[in-house]
Design a protein around this ligand. Sequence first.
Ligand SMILES: Nc1ncnc2c1ncn2[C@@H]1O[C@H](COP(=O)(O)OP(=O)(O)OP(=O)(O)O)[C@@H](O)[C@H]1O
Length: 225
Amino acid sequence: MLELSRITAGYDPRRPVVRGVSLTIGAGSAVGLLGPSGCGKSTLARVAALLHRPDSGTVVVDGDPVRGARHRATREQRTAFGVVFQQPRLAADPRMRLTDLIAEPLRATGRRDEAAGAVAALAGRVGLSAELLGRRPHEVSDGQLQRACLARALVLRPRWLICDEMTAMLDASTAAALVAVVEDYRAESGAGLLAVGHDRVLLDRWCDETVQWDELRLEKSPSGV
Ligand SMILES: Nc1ncnc2c1ncn2[C@@H]1O[C@H](COP(=O)(O)OP(=O)(O)OP(=O)(O)O)[C@@H](O)[C@H]1O
C-alpha cells in the first residue's frame, strides 16, 4: 500500500502548493488523478515517488515509513518506484544513447552486468529497435524517447509506478501503446500505479479509480482501503 497522509509540500515553506492532501493506493491498484493545471498534481506525484520532500505529512510505502526524499530514503524504498514524466527531453541526459539511458538505474545500483539482457528485453516490450537504441535523445522523436523513459522506469522492476502525464505529448497510438506496456507490466508484477493526467476518458479506461484533486483534501482512500 502507498499511503500519503496530510501532505503539505511546495517550493517555499511559506507558500505550499499542496496543503493537507491524503491519498492511499492499495497494493496493485491503479489510481488516476485529475485536477486543474497548476493545482499541485506533479508536486504530489514527486512526493509520492520520494523525489520531493514534503514540508509536513507522512509517506508510508508498503508499511515502511519514509524518513526522507531522494538519497535520504533507503535504497529499497527508492528503487520501489519507477517514474515517467510528461516531457521526456527534460528527463533524459542528452549525451546518453538510449541503451545507456534505459540501463542507468541498473548501473546506479551496482547491477551493470544485468544491463544488456534487461535492455534487450525491455526494448522489445516498448517497441524500440536495436538501431534506435544506439541513438541519442536529439536523434529520436518525443514518442521514441518516451518509450525509452518508460523502459528505464521498469528496469528495476518497481512495485510502484508514478506516471505524471506520461502520454500528454504523444499521438494517440503511441499513448495507447505505452499504456498497454504499463498494464502488461502491472499484470505480471502486481505493481501499483498513480497516473496523473488531464484526460478523464483515458484515466477512467486505464485505472481502477479516478479521483479529482479536490477530493484528496477529504482524506478519501480511492481504493477503499
Ligand atoms: N520547481 C518549482 N519551483 C517553484 N514553483 C514551482 C516549481 N514547480 C512547480 N511550481 C509551482 O507549483 C504549483 C503546482 O505545480 P505542479 O506542477 O505541481 O501542478 P500540476 O497540477 O501538476 O500542473 P499541470 O497540470 O499544469 O502540470 C504551480 O503554481 C507551479 O507554478
